[in-house]
Design a protein around this ligand. Structure first.
Ligand code: KG4
Ligand code: ZN
Length: 357
């Protein structure tokens, strides 16, 4: 029997059972990760190898270095995930892999490894959208969570407020007019001389600062649920230069806290507006920025005030990992997937979203 026919038969059986142990692979940016996920909800094992120290000295991810490092790490990382799960590749039911969006060379390493493994072991291959993976991290962290809910997806490259109508069914409510939230944090951190990736370091520094120390402008955005960070970033750069010229004594911690507060305020306000207008009883956070301590705290306060349930993954499931890909892969499988070994990396893959009615 051909690979495609056999994989299609296996997928049909898995859909029927609604059960699967999925080996998931993620290599879209600067983390090489593999995980084994049961029924889209339970982590059997999860291994993340970060390349951050390699890229930090260049101030950002160097695509060529990322690809080479993924090539070196991918096999040991997959082996380690299977070892920790006490499984061989024969024991898993399917292989899920991130095929976009991300860096083309980085994605190709994961996609090629997944295709080779799937073919060699005769297992179905499930392509997964990285953004959908971020949203799905919530299904692992909260096994009782079911759609619909409103989700703020804020990562290094993407920033959306969406309504998760059902598994794999999304409506775009709002988005950034310019920089992604993580990008804004990273740029502000760079102004303060913090190394890449600045977001988590800015978060840490901000804990010692006064968030009201630096006056930042009120931001106007085109859409009701849209937000914008480039004006804040420019204001921050101007203020910091002015301060340094006048030798004013505003600490870096004050600057970090003020910028963080302004970003978080927009994210919380717009997410709450979207949740209220759509009568959502649950709000979820996703993406690397969802690990920001001020965002988690302020969003929690805002949701409590409105009687809305707030769910968010633990920080390790907010930033890039393969567990979230295994969860998204499971629901992708239930919806139906064509077993196709011609799968290619799609660096600018977008999340299929409906627009608001
Ligand atoms: O989701 P992610 O790991 O990778 C992408 O898919 O982009 O997000 C990485 C982004 C980076 O911009 C990083 O600075 C930001 O998330 N980030 C944070 C924090 N942790 C990660 N930003 C603010 N506060 C944090 N604690
Ligand atoms: Zn990501």
């Amino acid at each position: 029997m051909s690979y495609e026919k056999d994989a299609a038969r296996q997928l049909a059986a898995l859909r029927e059972k609604q059960k699967a142990d999925i080996l998931a692979i993620e290599s879209s940016c600067d983390e090489t990760a593999a995980a084994v996920i049961r029924n889209g909800r339970e982590i059997i094992s999860s291994v993340i190898h970060t390349q951050i120290p390699l890229h930090a000295m260049y101030g950002g991810v160097v695509p060529e270095i990322a690809s080479r490092q993924h090539v070196e790490s991918i096999t040991p990382v997959i082996d380690e995930a299977l070892r920790r799960a006490d499984m061989t590749v024969q024991d898993v039911d399917a292989i899920a892999v991130t095929y976009g969006p991300g860096l083309v060379g980085a994605l190709l390493v994961g996609v090629s490894a997944a295709k080779a493994l799937a073919y060699a072991a005769g297992k179905p291959l499930i392509p997964v959208n990285h953004i959908e993976g971020h949203v799905s991290a919530n299904f692992i962290a909260h096994p009782d969570l079911v759609p619909p809910f409103v989700c703020l997806v804020a990562s290094g490259g993407h920033s959306h407020i969406i309504r998760v109508n059902d598994y794999g069914d999304y409506t775009l409510l709002g988005q950034t007019a310019d920089d992604a939230a993580g990008e804004a944090f990273d740029k502000a951190a760079r102004v303060l001389g913090l190394p890449y990736p600045g977001g988590p370091l800015l978060d840490k520094l901000a804990r010692e600062g006064n968030p009201d120390a630096l006056p930042l402008p009120h931001v106007k955005t085109p859409g009701r649920y849209d937000y914008s960070f480039s004006g804040l970033k420019t204001a921050l750069i101007n203020q910091v230069h002015k301060m340094r010229m006048k030798q004013e004594m505003l600490s870096d911690a004050d600057v970090a806290a003020s910028f963080q507060q302004a970003v978080v305020k927009q994210l919380v306000e717009k997410t709450m507006l979207a949740a209220e207008d759509t009568h959502a009883d649950t709000v979820a956070l996703a993406g690397g920025v969802a690990s920001n301590s001020a965002l988690r705290m302020r969003m929690n306060e805002a949701c409590q005030k409105r009687g809305i349930r707030l769910v968010m993954p633990p920080p390790v499931l907010c930033t890039d990992n393969a567990a979230m890909i295994g969860s998204a892969g499971f629901y992708q499988m239930l919806r139906g997937v064509e077993p196709d070994l011609a799968l290619n990396a799609c660096p600018s893959l977008s999340l299929q979203m409906r627009s608001m009615e």
